[in-house]
Design a protein around this ligand. Structure first.
Ligand code: PFF
Length: 474
């Protein structure tokens, strides 16, 4: 029995769902700090160039493969390669990767949920104290939070593509945009806000070292949710009237726009808290920034807003990040759900049951990686560093396999499926596509320099992460 595939009800529904996937924790916190530390305006321009010239063609190709096959990565790679086993394995990597990334992203989302609860309970001072975070990540209450977050994500996914994913995106994304704007307006009224804006925007070309350039491209790639099978799977739910290049462009603009606007929220807040700070002192990790530094900033607001006011701002901020994280989690878990439904012929509910159970167990292990259980905390070691279970998932799947998946997709589309087929698919819903310079650019870039660049990132990541050396001094 083959049930007909569900579709998004409208183009805007699809765009919001894809943007919901792309806009995540990385946009709201990681990007602004990265930009301010690494060249301000110069970084922004370079990032935008990477998004539109390198990432956008990959996004368009993912969506095209999805719509053409009406399948998830395994089914899509298999059917377009006429059952070739090796390409089937590449497709499988496109399902395993999101499953594993979902585990590590779930841990962070659970923490954010915990922060919402604690700020609501009036515990902002505890979170802002140096010891707060260390204790918090080892709290048994996190398992309760995991049940709640897992429940919310499963609830959305169980309702299906139209009634679940699309509806959630249509509600959460506009709410997120409004909350972000409210937060920016508020932060810009704080003392010293403009110093932060300057750091964010004033270009400093000298900071654009090969390492920064490599980091910017990886960030753009991840930020657009590429290489995770998500846009391929969402592409399988769009109809033939949809203009894919235009829709993808809107998703990229939204994602980059949110990252940019988030810079106008985070940096003025950082500078109003400490006008003397040099952005290069800020930690590289979004995690320590969100969970240890920002609570201190919120607490400092009590001087003007009182403790309740400061706590309310903190709750508002964590809720904003939570919404961004939920729509990303929904999109990433939809990939293995779709695989079990399409390839393994399970019902949606059963597929969700299996995944919630297995991902839930792995998330338990990952949550216990921060000191609760020493087996998971000191899981292994490589490149001279001890690594937890959480670190391994992050290093292997998020940092390493993602660019490999991107590379495989470009090669698959250009040399196995073939560019002619890609053009055919992209001209559906877009009469002027064939013969346009966009078509020429996409076909050329996907078959040449994009896979080459992505492959270099992959090799460099393997060298640095696992062998503690680096390519070309990157
Ligand atoms: N684009 C997302 C972000 O910037 O956070 C990347 C992502 C990560 C999407 C994890 C989904 C996900 F589960």
């Amino acid at each position: 029995m083959t049930a007909s595939r569900e579709h998004f009800s409208s183009r805007i529904g699809f765009i919001l769902a894809a943007a919901g996937s792309a806009v995540g924790i990385g946009n709201l916190v990681g990007f602004p700090v990265n930009a301010a530390k690494n060249g301000g305006g110069a970084f922004l321009v370079m990032y935008a160039v990477f998004v539109f010239l390198i990432c956008l063609p990959v996004m368009i190709a993912e969506m095209a493969v999805g719509r053409n096959t009406a399948k998830e990565p395994v089914g899509a790679f298999k059917s377009l390669s006429q059952g070739n086993k090796l390409w089937g394995a590449a497709g499988f990597l496109g399902v395993l990767t999101p499953f594993m990334i979902a585990v590590f992203y779930m841990v962070i989302t659970v923490w954010i949920f915990g922060y919402i609860v604690l700020t609501l309970m009036g515990r902002l001072d505890y979170l802002a104290s140096g010891a707060g975070f260390g204790e918090f990540i080892n709290s048994p209450y996190l398992y309760l939070a995991l049940l709640v977050v897992g429940g919310i994500v499963s609830f959305i996914l169980a309702a299906g593509v139209k009634e679940g994913i699309e509806k959630a995106a249509k509600t959460l994304m506009p709410t997120l945009f409004v909350m972000l704007i409210v937060m920016v307006i508020f932060v810009l009224t704080l003392d010293n806000a403009m110093t932060g804006v300057h750091f964010f925007l004033i270009p400093d070309i000298d900071k654009l070292t090969p390492k920064v350039i490599n980091g910017a491209l990886s960030q753009a790639f991840f930020s657009l949710s590429l290489g995770m099978g998500i846009l391929l799977t969402y592409g399988s739910y769009i109809n033939k009237q949809t203009n894919i290049p235009n829709s993808a462009k809107l998703v990229a603009i939204t994602d980059t726009g949110v990252a940019f606007v988030a810079g106008l929220m985070i940096l003025p807040a950082v500078f109003s808290f400490n006008p003397e700070i040099n952005p290069s002192e800020l930690s590289d990790s979004s995690v320590s920034l969100i969970f240890t530094f920002l609570p201190k900033i919120f607490l400092a607001l009590q001087a003007s807003l009182g403790y309740v006011g400061a706590s309310a701002v903190a709750t508002f901020f964590f809720l904003l990040v939570f919404f961004a994280a939920i729509t990303s989690l929904v999109s990433i878990i939809e990939v293995p759900v779709s695989y079990l439904v399409t390839e393994k012929k399970h019902s949606r509910k059963k597929a969700l049951g299996y995944l919630t159970f297995t991902a839930g167990i792995l998330t338990l292990f990952a949550t216990a990686s921060f000191g609760m259980v020493s087996f998971f905390t000191d899981f292994t070691s490589y490149a001279g560093a001890s690594k937890s279970f959480f670190d391994v998932i992050y290093d292997v799947f998020y940092d390493t396999i993602l660019p490999l998946n991107g590379f495989l997709l470009c090669i698959f589309v250009s040399y196995r499926w073939r560019r002619k087929q890609l053009s055919e698919e992209l001209s559906i819903g877009n009469k002027n596509y064939k013969g346009s310079w966009v078509e020429k650019y996409i076909n050329f870039s996907l078959g040449t320099f994009i896979p080459l660049i992505v492959l270099l990132i992959f090799i460099n990541t393997v060298a640095t992460k696992f062998f503690a050396t680096s390519l070309f001094g990157l």
